[in-house]
Design a protein. Structure first.
Length: 79
């Protein structure tokens, strides 16, 4: 936070969006290969594909602190 402020403002989160999305996508891609017990791996094994990142999607304080609220988007192909 800026001097005299106790929290990060929306401007900070907007400025960091592109970088956080890139980091989250890199992490998600690595997680798919590395952690066979992850929920992402389960969906991938069932045919879902990693499509993208939802930035600040999870808004609870723990999620915002842990991963800027990022969640992954997995999609099954259309039949």
């Amino acid at each position: 936070p800026r001097p005299g402020h106790s929290v990060l403002g929306q401007g900070t989160f907007k400025a960091g969006r592109a970088g956080m999305e890139q980091l989250a996508m890199a992490y998600a891609t690595t997680e798919l290969r590395a952690n066979q017990d992850s929920a992402m791996c389960m969906y991938a094994d069932a045919g879902a594909e990693l499509q993208g990142i939802n930035y600040m999607h999870a808004t609870d304080p723990d999620a915002l602190s842990d991963c800027a609220g990022c969640t992954v988007v997995m999609q099954f192909p259309s039949l």
